[in-house]
Design a protein around this ligand. Structure first.
Ligand code: OAD
Ligand code: ZN
Length: 245
């Protein structure tokens, strides 16, 4: 394992093109619950009751209450060491770096990441149901859902991607390109079961490049990874980014 770790460090240090995919696990240390597993957000809820267009059409108030609660939770949280280390890695790599996240919590941006694709949207914004205008939610203390569009006055929905909806095609293409051309890809804190984000690591492997996974639990990507660090996101990233001895 030590040998694998040293090799991964060296690969990462030398790589000019690096792609990173993160999931809910990277925000666990900021106190934001993951979706699956014990204590997960989906536990006790069926996702189709809350995170689908049908659920929203049926009971928009209920869906907005759930998002308003998550929005408060996210705004009370702070980015953790793992978010910050990825912002530093971006600063080192510049142009050749892309961070793709499935998270809607906005913590990567707050930690300073700019070469960032938020594949599933962002919970701190709303999108107009009529004209598509996007705007940030007011501060949690002043927020009374549902928000109204500043441009046309219509009701707005959370600016996230729900089950059964398509991802933004341009964002997805950008993410795929980055994983296709990366010399090293990191996949951190995702159960790797939701497509198409789940296959980004596979894209890197089929292109013959190097794949590192950081997750306390094994995932469907584990058998493919060149190195699997069985640790939390901060600890794993700190190990990986440490100068090779
Ligand atoms: P999941 O909740 O499915 O998976 C979280 C992963 O994080 C698991 O594999 C855990 O083992 C791992 N984990 C837990 N603690 C960790 C830690 N401290 N450090 C690193 N990893 C840790 O979350 P996602 O894979 O992000 O989609 O879920 C993907 C998508 O499914 C979400 O974006 C959401 C959900 O349905 C939409 O809302 C569209
Ligand atoms: Zn509007």
């Amino acid at each position: 394992m030590e040998e694998g770790l040293n090799q991964a460090r060296q690969r990462l240090r030398q790589a000019r093109r690096v792609a990173v995919l993160t999931g809910a696990g990277i925000s666990a240390e900021s106190g934001i619950p993951t979706f699956r597993g014990s204590g997960g957000l989906w536990e006790g809820f069926r996702p189709e009751e809350l995170a689908t267009p049908e659920a929203y059409a049926r009971d928009p108030e209920k869906v907005w209450r759930w998002y308003a609660w998550r929005y408060r939770q996210v705004m009370e949280a702070e980015p953790n060491l793992a978010h910050r280390l990825l912002a530093e890695l971006e600063a080192q790599k510049g142009n050749g770096f892309l961070l793709v996240t499935q998270n809607v919590d906005g913590l990567h941006a707050r930690a300073g990441s700019r070469r960032l694709v938020e594949l599933h949207g962002n919970i701190t914004r709303a999108r107009c149901e009529r004209c598509g205008h996007r705007q940030p939610l007011p501060p949690p203390a002043e927020f009374e859902p549902p928000p109204r569009c500043q441009r046309c006055g219509s009701r707005m929905r959370p600016d996230v991607v729900w089950f059964g909806e398509f991802l933004d095609a341009d964002l997805l293409a950008k993410a795929e390109r980055a994983f296709m051309t990366a010399e090293v890809a990191l996949v951190i804190g995702t159960s790797a079961v939701v497509e198409p984000a789940a296959s980004l690591g596979r894209v890197t492997k089929s292109a013959g490049a190097y794949l590192v996974e950081i997750n306390p639990e094994p995932t469907p990507l584990t058998p493919l990874a060149d190195l699997s660090l069985r640790s939390g996101a901060s600890e794993g990233l700190a190990k990986l980014l440490k100068e090779a001895e």
